[in-house]
Design a binder for this molecule. Structure first.
Ligand code: SF4
Length: 240
């Protein structure tokens, strides 16, 4: 898809609903389209809408080996409820193997490298063969995400990236979850606005930005899969 076409779609979809954008994505990319989700609320709304659009679209989730049990329970529940083609994408190394090669608790000493090993490389590998992927990004999640385009070229993964909910607010997503009686991660009820690996996720204050509980002691706000460049040189870990 040409850059001009991507920009045209991105502009056109500013006034479209997420379900209209998902329908376009399905019509355009068919079985070369993947949903990528970590089972945050926007991802759950995406999976629900996809049931009417392309119910067996592959769903990729980054199973770092360090997820909360609550996240695993939710994954299992939604996989069964929607009969998802859910693919748990694992890093090349278990946490123990990573500790052997890079030292214990790498996420505390070098979280960029840890995310690179456990998220960025596995996603790149998993997206091989897909032309487009759907992400649950919203512009209201953090200043970093305020300019998220609805359609863009993801050069690192060689695919088109689609963010159908970019201009929805958190409260719109929660309204959708409640209106459709959808399950969600129980950790949200005890103060976790955004949920990733247990090693790097904390509860946050009511008024904090929605990513503030992630890597809160490391000055990091993104794992890297939504950043345009690799967090650290691929050659450092490619043979891990
Ligand atoms: S969120 Fe933390 S533990 Fe998970 S991959 Fe990133 S740095 Fe590692």
């Amino acid at each position: 898809m040409l850059k001009s076409q991507i920009q045209s779609y991105a502009a056109q979809f500013e006034s479209a609903s997420p379900s209209e954008i998902l329908s376009w994505a399905s019509d355009t990319f068919g079985d070369r389209l993947a949903v990528v989700t970590s089972f945050q609320v926007t991802g759950i709304a995406t999976l629900h809408m996809m049931q009417r659009v392309q119910p067996r679209s592959p769903v990729l989730t980054l199973d770092t080996g360090l997820l909360f049990p609550e996240t695993r329970d939710l994954m299992d529940e939604l996989e069964a409820r929607f009969d998802l083609d859910l693919r748990r994408v694992k890093p090349r190394q278990t946490p123990a193997q990573q500790a052997r090669d890079y030292g214990d608790r790498l996420w505390e000493r070098n979280p960029d490298r840890c995310c690179h090993i456990r998220k960025t490389i596995p996603l790149r590998d998993a997206l091989d063969g897909f032309d487009a992927w759907i992400a649950g990004l919203r512009r209201d999640q953090s200043p970093n995400r305020a300019a998220t385009p609805i359609v863009s070229r993801d050069a690192r993964n060689g695919a088109i990236k689609i963010a159908p909910f970019a201009n929805w607010t958190e409260s719109q997503v929660w309204d959708y979850i409640r209106a459709h009686d959808l399950p969600y991660n129980r950790l949200h009820d005890i103060g976790y606005p955004s949920i990733g690996c247990w090693t790097c996720t904390n509860a946050a204050g009511e008024d904090a930005d929605r990513r503030s509980g992630r890597w809160s002691r490391q000055g990091k706000t993104e794992c890297g899969i939504h950043l345009p460049q690799l967090a650290s040189p691929l050659s450092e870990v490619v043979n891990a």
